[in-house]
Design a protein around this ligand. Structure first.
Ligand code: BDR
Ligand code: CA
Length: 310
């Protein structure tokens, strides 16, 4: 089993990605780490712990960054419209499910794990890249020890989502994104280039409701909210985008996507802050950018792995 650390800012597609990762039974999840993004970091930790517990797992959840590297705003407004006020489609039970977070913080946990299992840890990042940028800055010696990093973020060949030029996870902390994408880490970038192709239509979610289990019902409710939010933003869209689940999918089966080796620049100021685009070929770092996806095969694998309709 691949050893993974999974960094999330648990909103709805993060929750679906967590379910996909856990239910695949193919990953040895060393721990979850959290970041601000769709919600505050405290809420991301609470949501992550809730989802993990609901799925019957006992994984440590390490709280990470509460704000972008260089301070500044959290852009919660758009996220609240897509993911709900609580990040989970306003479906979180009113009881506070917050558990005590382990004492060690997310950044320490990531560094320690890479050192404990050299060349053996895959990092999956599906929120802003703040925690990973801190790892790179604090412990650059671990960079060559990381097996693989799969990141949901960016829009290299297509328009953005939170801004016409920028994707949400990169826009939330462009400085962190630049540090990470130009760090020399072995990165696969799963951006809007491919995640906008992986749509989950509502009819599958309606099936989940029929199974009658509390877990299926919860996931049906949150996904229903997410699909409605997508339809408000893009009338006529066939469903909701499985952004974060696709990053997990690429870890489970890299053949879901076609990649191209590129050097990626990130604008960290100016009109197009948060933009990701192909840059100088001469640079000594490259990453694998996903440019095409077998969306049908991925969706089938995602749905059979979740098996919520049973
Ligand atoms: C990304 O932004 C967040 O809202 C989603 O969870 C996903 O990680 C998509 O741009
Ligand atoms: Ca996310």
């Amino acid at each position: 089993k691949k050893k993974v650390i999974f960094d999330v800012d648990t909103g709805i597609d993060d929750a679906l990605a967590i379910a996909y990762a856990i239910k695949s039974r193919c990953l040895d999840i060393l721990g979850m780490t959290t970041c601000f993004g769709n919600v505050t970091v405290e809420d991301a930790t609470r949501n992550t712990a809730y989802v993990v517990q609901l799925l019957g797992e006992d994984l440590p959840v390490y709280q990470g960054s509460s704000e972008p590297l260089n301070g500044g705003e959290l852009y919660l407004e758009v996220a609240q419209r897509i993911h709900g006020m609580d990040g989970l489609g306003n479906c979180l039970p009113t009881v506070d499910e917050r558990r005590d977070s382990p004492q060690v913080d997310a950044i320490r946990f990531i560094i320690d794990s890479i050192q404990k299992y050299p060349d053996d840890v895959t990092l999956i990042f599906v929120g802003p890249l703040t925690n990973l940028a801190k790892v790179v800055e604090l412990a650059p010696e671990v960079i060559p020890l990381v097996k693989e990093v799969v990141i949901m973020g960016g829009a290299v060949t297509v328009p953005g989502n939170v801004r016409p030029h920028a994707e949400a996870n990169i826009y939330a902390d462009p400085d962190a994104a630049k540090i990470v994408l130009q760090s020399g880490l072995p990165i696969t970038l799963v951006g809007l280039d491919v995640t906008m192709e992986t749509l989950l239509p509502r009819e599958y979610v309606t099936e989940w409701e029929k199974s009658g289990s509390a877990v299926s019902q919860f996931f049906a409710n949150i996904t229903d909210y997410y699909i409605s939010a997508y339809k408000n933003f893009k009338p006529g869209i066939r469903g909701c985008s499985l952004h974060d689940p696709l990053a997990v999918g690429v870890v489970l089966d890299p053949t879901f996507v076609d990649t191209k080796t590129m050097t990626i620049n990130v604008d960290i100021e100016g009109e197009e802050i948060g933009k990701t685009y192909e840059g100088e070929k001469a640079a000594n770092y490259t990453i694998n950018v996903c440019l095409a996806v077998d969306d049908e095969r991925f969706l089938k694998h995602f749905l059979t792995t979740l098996a919520f309709e049973q």
